[in-house]
Design a protein around this ligand. Structure first.
Ligand code: URA
Length: 420
């Protein structure tokens, strides 16, 4: 077999055989197939696409390129959840404990912030003492002890994806549905869960800009999951506006705790109940409606918040953060209120611009080696769809460094205030 023949076949619109896909992925991971040939194949896939079977084969080859997490030491149906990025997305911090409080073992590997999208691991690590670096054995023990563990992704998980993603990033081949689907699902499959709930976002603050693209991505990922024997469901959610009232690190932890206490903004609560309900349904074999009812029950009776406390304690933090979050999370050195520049109707709070404001405050990462400021973030006072007056406080900004005019410019962009 020769890499060039595989490239030509796809360039001419052919359907690749499983052994051709495996040959290419294995050879590229081992360094035997060079970047230029892998880039050419990525571009050919970008233009000619892949059918579901090819995409599933690519996913499996990438999932098998490194460590495959064995969660068989944890009894029960292990349900994972994945969100395709977003602004203010603190969902894992809420649905993880809710599902665990219903008896679903949650062994979750999460990512860090990159660019303007936040990362669950950075949010979690904004709680003093909390660590997220565990071996699989430690994770299994923690889930067996407390029912939940949220850990950073190990370097060994799907190394083929790591190499290919970096290559796609610099060759204009990120925006391909089969490539995105294979990239996401290879990591989920390697992470070992039996069932997967996908939260696929669309809109200005998301990878997929339209609902149609998101639907196609969701269908592709569900087909891959089914093809490889993992029960997979997807939910589409808009990311035109940030999720909830906070964007950043510690500020999102505070909002997650409020939500677990039964508060939280209606959009966030509805979103979390929907996702937790699906995780519970897949884990317990009940309907989505029953899953949502159980999720609400665990919030109302305090057991979800208690589970969050168990997780924080097991991961090295102080569970009293649940009682007095501001005290145990510490304070940002700098803060500033942002005021409305004119009166009118607040039509929209743009997700991308708000994400960039939080990024500029220090919550994101330009490159993987940057650090993320635990105190950086934005707390909004209102959602869109209301009348506001000139000079009204719209949000408060927090950072460990002085807040510059660039942040304010992003907020001027984020708040769309119109006359009617
Ligand atoms: N997220 C991923 O993990 N991979 C992609 O290709 C795009 C988004």
């Amino acid at each position: 077999m020769r890499a060039v023949d595989i490239i030509i076949k796809k360039r001419d619109g052919g359907v690749l055989k499983p052994e051709e896909i495996r040959y290419f992925v294995d050879g590229y991971t081992r360094g035997e197939i060079p970047d230029e040939q892998a880039a050419a194949l990525m571009m050919a896939i970008f233009y000619k696409g892949m059918d579901y079977k090819e995409t599933a084969e690519l996913t499996l080859a990438m999932a098998r390129s490194g460590e495959q997490v064995d969660l068989s030491g944890i009894p029960g149906v292990k349900v994972d959840k994945h969100s395709t990025g977003g602004i203010g997305d603190k969902t894992t911090l809420i649905v993880g404990p809710v599902a665990a409080a219903c008896g679903i073992p949650v062994a979750k590997m999460s990512g860090r912030a990159l660019g303007f999208t936040g990362g669950t691991i950075d949010k979690l690590e904004s709680i003093p003492g909390v660590t997220t670096s565990f071996t699989v054995e430690q994770m299994v023990d923690m889930v067996n002890d407390t029912g939940i563990c949220v850990a950073g992704q190990t370097a060994e998980l799907a190394p083929a994806d790591k190499k290919l993603y970096a290559l796609r990033d610099v060759t204009g081949t990120i925006d391909s549905i089969p490539l995105i689907a294979a990239s996401i699902m290879s990591k989920k499959i390697a992470a070992g869960a039996d069932a997967i709930v996908l939260d696929v976002k669309y809109g200005s603050g998301a990878f997929m800009k339209t609902r149609e693209q998101a639907q196609l991505l969701a269908d592709t990922m569900c087909a891959i999951g089914t093809e490889v024997g993992r029960n997979t469901v997807a939910v589409l959610n808009t990311m035109e506006e940030p999720l909830g009232m906070t964007v950043g690190n510690a500020v999102e932890v505070v909002e997650a705790i409020e939500t677990l206490k039964g508060g939280g903004s209606p959009d966030l609560v509805e979103h979390c109940l929907g996702l937790a309900g699906k995780m519970i349904a897949l884990g317990l074999g009940v309907s989505f409606e029953e899953g949502e009812r159980l999720a609400q029950e665990r919030i109302d009776d305090g057991s979800a918040l208690n589970k969050f406390g168990d997780m924080i304690e097991a991961q090295g933090g102080d569970r009293r953060v649940c009682i007095d979050p501001e005290k145990y999370l510490g304070k940002a050195e700098y803060s500033q209120v942002y005021y409305a520049k004119k009166q009118g109707y607040l039509r929209k709070i743009d997700g991308y611009s708000m994400g960039m404001a939080a990024f500029t405050l220090g919550a994101g990462r330009a490159v993987k080696t940057d650090s993320s400021d635990p105190h950086a973030g934005v707390v909004m006072n209102t959602r869109s769809g209301v009348n506001i007056s000139e000079g009204e406080a719209l949000c408060t900004l927090y950072s460990s460094r002085p807040i510059g005019s660039e942040v304010i410019a992003w907020l001027d962009n984020a708040y769309e205030i119109c006359e009617e």
